[in-house]
Design a protein around this ligand. Sequence first.
Ligand code: ACO
Length: 406
Amino acid sequence: EGPEVADISTLYKHTGMFTYDPGFVATASCRSAITYIDGDKGILRYRGYPIEQLAKEASFIEVAYLLIYGELPTAVELTKFESTIRHHTMIKETLKNFFDGFQYDAHPMGIMVGVVGSLSAFYHDSLDINNPRHREISAHRLIAKMPTIAAASYKHNVGEPIVYPRNDLDYCENFLHMMFSNPCEEYTPDPVAVKAINTLFILHADHEQNASTSTVRLSGSSQANPFACIAAGIASLWGPSHGGANEAVLDMLNEIGDVSQIDKYIAKAKDKDDPFRLMGFGHRVYKNFDPRATLIREVCHEVLENMKDNDNPLFELALELEKVALEDEYFVERKLYPNVDFYSGIIYQALGIPTSMFTVMFAVARTVGWVAHWLEMMNDPEFRIGRPRQLYTGAPMRDYVPVAKR
Ligand code: ACO
């Protein structure tokens, strides 16, 4: 009949162990060999390689190979992988019809959730999740098509025709081309912009068991197909406590409006009766500093110096807010430092990428991590369906009362 109230001892009897861990702050849901994080020391490594080395020296597609296959590619392997990804960049013409069905001003993340999920209705030839080759082709398709779908979501949003991928360009250049070219004008990739996107994509590529990656794993644990699992990951990433934070940073900066208002908003962020939080500050795992933030801060300053738009008062406001918060006792005591999303939003704004696309950019990069985790899980001998338990806190057993007698 089950316990009438939350009864840990009953649950313990069935499993041998039972923990109540809201937010999973102390629970490992899996074993993984992909990404190592030490939050106290500010360490992040992909497959053992420090993020600092990868962000400065590697290309995003090289990092994608590393995350998926476990080793850095040789020159031959990299060329082959790049060519495979290029081979899959197009989307089906009929998939294009999907975009027309969305409200013209739909949020691009809403479009992403729908369109990526719909890929499972277009690629039946790679849906056998028990076939390693099918799993690999689906992984390649997802990585290759994400920038195309992301840019198409943007084009729909601004009412311009979809721009086709150009396979003579590299991954990041191609994405910028599909975003900013139009039938009247071809976008010429700006090396500073390409470098910034490459760095941001590398930094966002994986971050072990965050909410969206755990969502992908949990969805996949029921043997759902990878396109559906990645769509679930995109939905989870959209939240402002996760990938939506970079968009929320810009909304917040616009709300603050002026350097003179910073003190007022810092006070609001400290006030426990006020739900306002300083967006882009704090991290569940990094309690000293976010190593990605240190790297992207440099890129952010480089971009601001190089871009025409660098006299935008929003950037001055952002840099002043960063300074004030870093010196404020409340933020120092709680170890609330700017996270990667504080800077990524500012960089995207400087590159002319609209706010509504910020989380989409994150989704394009994180697809590589999601896919790597999904593949790792599918190859795991301990693989089983995820099924968290709960502490029941509802009513004890009671008898049904017919409606006339209530
Ligand atoms: N502004 C003001 N106060 C904050 C902030 C913030 N941004 N973040 C945390 N705090 C305070 C909390 O009120 C709490 O204070 P208390 O101890 O006096 O009650 C303390 O710091 C600890 O906060 P928690 O919410 O317990 O920290 P948690 O680890 O659960 O949350 C999170 C981490 C969600 C990132 C949080 O810091 C936050 O909401 N930040 C803003 C949103 C954001 O930038 N998210 C992006 C995360 S990075 C990413 O997804 C790539």
